[in-house]
Design a protein around this ligand. Structure first.
Ligand code: BDP
Length: 680
């Protein structure tokens, strides 16, 4: 098994009794509504899946035949919104309904999931509708085929072959996304090339859109703010310049002529050197609103990113996005959504929720999470991200009293927005198994499932994924899901325990480099964030320090502002804590730090044992692939542990707590490893 088929394996159910029970229910598929491309796709996918799972032919037709027919019907149902489905047992067999053809497609995937995870038929009533409207993948793919922060080969979009040649992979990609409810994809990097807006490239984009359309998926583009200058021949990209507006309007109209259901624009502006409206003394709202105006009557939207921090800023980078965006609340046009990363710095292994959530009640905020493991061990470390995404969604902003979770901000229910969105930075590339690490597939999967329904538990999702993708053998499922569910905490322990952050290898963002003190900007170093000295460790963000805590609502500020009540997992995000300070865990900071580094690294051995236990139930190729990656992971966990313990020990000047064996190599030797990774 090379992993290409993802969770859409549809291999025959091994339990003959179960197979038989379903066989009687699925002899044929009847299309009761007009066979639009999407409904036809739904029927085909259901047919493919059921034939595989049940090992019998399943005919598709449009006339009710004998017994055991599954009927697909588009029918209005106000209780299901636009995309919700209902799968139910009726007197004359199973029925899949929904108000749109896309909803019926989602219902077909729900039924397949039900069968594939090994549920019994019984009296079925599965019904669900998405809580978030725009459920997007963001690709950071470049026109030359490279992928920014991609670790799974190169880009899957073959721009030089399009529009004539359509890689068959595009369709399988569409199937995978539709099966988890993703309904939009941004095809190109936020550090955007203007090329995508040219007439020539729009033809290519249209060809991709044509493949995705029957699966209910729209395409979006990241745009370069300076495009009017770069490809439009204008002297300026000032959003208030009438010629600039005209240019965008004309481009937008051409886009819609080529791609009538185009989704809209994603914009990274005045961030990390990208051009933007501030280059002309305008603000983010001026820029976003001008694009919204250019979209005019078309259905598309603007997703404007809030990931900004100024060059040469003297302050705390933690606060910058808030300071630039919060004052603009209420100034954005209705078609604009502001896209905010889950945390205030940058996709660290654990971050407190971004303080903008709940602080811009008049603006719909899109939650951006990163599936590609830029700071989480690339495609070599096994880290299941369900818990990370859930932790952010469940965080309580307290902005409208207790219970004002990030999830409720994002789904629009807290602040009564009619639009809502979520974005996952894709971990997909040209690798045969799509994600490099086979378990990276679980992150793509979990993201889609949570985007659809953020109330699902991350453990339920890891089990579902495991049963669909790896095995249904119960003890193997148990060992594997334990690994998945613990993996994120384990990764945090051996890399950045207790709220340490941004101490990784410079630029590559891999491996430990806590000693990094020189970089193009101070907030690209490690010492800026950990602030180790002879007294202690951690970034003081209380009123005595940068006061970033003041950006949060009082309920949060009070809890996190006191080192005694601040959860240990966030401690060093907000406090400079003395080495000998006793923590709520009962240990001193130094002892707790060492204990976490050591237990984290040891836990990778536990992951290996768990994986080995599942071996008899796993495909051998896949087993070996993950087992080898777990060996790298252990070696590198020791690298992190030794680097950080030895380096921080030069400040704490204390021995390791009893019971822990000190590293056998000196710090100088560990430092050389990251140097090797960075050699040109
Ligand atoms: C950082 C990445 C950088 C991205 C940037 C962004 O290091 O490559 O361009 O985020 O999100 O995490 O714009």
């Amino acid at each position: 098994d090379d992993g290409y088929r993802l969770w859409l394996k549809y291999d025959q159910l091994s339990d003959a009794g179960l197979r038989k029970a379903w066989q009687g229910q699925a002899r044929g598929i009847v299309l009761e509504s007009a066979a639009t491309p999407t409904l036809q796709t739904a029927a085909n996918e259901l047919q493919l899946g059921l034939q595989g799972l049940l090992g019998q032919p399943v005919a598709v037709g449009n006339k009710a035949g004998g017994k055991g027919q599954i009927r697909l019907r588009v029918a209005p149902n106000p209780a299901l919104g636009k995309e919700g489905y209902r799968v139910s047992t009726q007197k004359n067999g199973l029925e899949i309904t929904g108000p749109t053809d896309a909803a019926v497609l989602y219902g077909c995937y729900a039924l397949l999931r039900h069968v594939q995870t090994g549920q019994r038929p019984g009296n079925l009533s599965l019904s669900s509708q998405p809580r978030i409207q725009y459920r997007l993948l963001n690709h950071w793919d470049n026109p030359n085929g490279t992928v920014e922060r991609g670790y799974a080969g190169s880009s899957m979009w073959k721009w030089y072959e399009l529009p004539e040649r359509i890689d068959p992979r595009y369709q399988d990609y569409a199937r995978a996304n539709a099966s988890i409810g993703i309904n939009g994809v941004v095809l190109n990097n936020v550090n955007a090339s203007a090329r995508y807006l040219t007439t020539e490239y729009l033809q290519k984009v249209a060809a991709v859109a044509g493949v995705l359309r029957p699966y209910g998926i729209k395409v979006y583009l990241s745009v370069l703010w300076a495009a009017p200058k770069v490809i439009g021949g204008l002297p300026t990209s000032d959003p208030l310049d009438p010629k600039v507006k005209q240019w965008w309007t004309a481009r937008t109209n051409e886009i819609y002529k080529t791609i009538p259901d185009f989704g809209g624009f994603l914009v990274k502006a005045n961030s990390e050197g990208e051009p933007g409206p501030q280059d002309y003394g305008r603000n983010h709202a001026d820029g976003a609103n001008m694009l919204a105006e250019a979209l005019g009557q078309h259905e598309g939207v603007v997703m404007w990113r809030a990931f900004v921090y100024k060059a040469n800023s003297k302050g705390d980078r933690f606060k910058e996005a808030y300071q630039e965006f919060q004052p603009l609340d209420g100034k954005f046009a209705p078609k604009v959504l502001v896209q905010v990363k889950n945390g205030p710095i940058d996709f660290q292994s654990r971050e407190p929720f971004h303080p903008l959530f709940g602080a811009m009640p008049r603006t719909p905020l899109v939650l951006e999470v990163q599936l590609t493991q830029e700071y989480l061990g690339f495609a070599t470390h096994l880290v299941y991200l369900g818990p990370l995404i859930k932790e952010c969604l469940e965080a309580d902003t307290h902005t409208q009293g207790p219970g004002s979770t990030v999830a409720k901000v994002v789904d629009g229910s807290l602040e009564k927005h009619s639009v809502s969105g979520i974005a996952g930075v894709a971990n997909i590339g040209s690798d045969r198994n799509w994600t490099g690490h086979p378990v990276g597939q679980a992150n793509w999967y979990a993201y889609g499932r949570l985007a659809w329904d953020h109330t699902l538990s991350s453990a339920a999702i890891s089990e579902e994924w495991t049963r669909m993708t790896l095995t249904r053998e119960p003890t193997a499922v148990a060992s594997i899901t334990q690994v998945l569910n613990q993996s994120r905490n384990i990764y945090v322990r051996y890399t950045t325990p207790l709220g340490l952050h941004h101490i990784m290898g410079q630029s590559i963002h891999y491996g430990p480099e806590p000693w990094l003190s020189q970089s193009a900007r101070p907030d690209w170093t490690s010492v800026y964030y950990h602030k180790a000295d002879s007294a202690g460790l951690g970034f003081d963000r209380t009123a005595r320090g940068s006061n970033a805590l003041a950006l949060y609502a009082p309920g949060v500020r009070q809890l996190w502002g006191n080192p005694a009540t601040c959860p240990p997992d966030y401690l060093l995000w907000f406090h400079h804590v003395g080495w000998k300070q006793q923590l709520s865990t009962g240990r001193t900071l130094w002892n707790e730090l060492c204990t976490r580094y050591y237990s984290g690294a040891d836990s990778v051995l536990w992951m290996q044992r768990q994986w080995e236990q599942a071996k008899p139930a796993l495909d051998p190729e896949l087993y070996t692939d993950v087992a080898s990656r777990l060996r790298i992971q252990h070696r590198e966990a020791l690298w992190w542990r030794d680097a950080c313990v030895l380096y921080f020990q030069t400040f704490s000047r204390q021995p390791l707590p009893s019971g822990l064996t000190p590293p056998t190599r000196p710090l100088t030797e560990v430092k050389e490893i990251v140097d090797i990774y960075q050699l040109r």
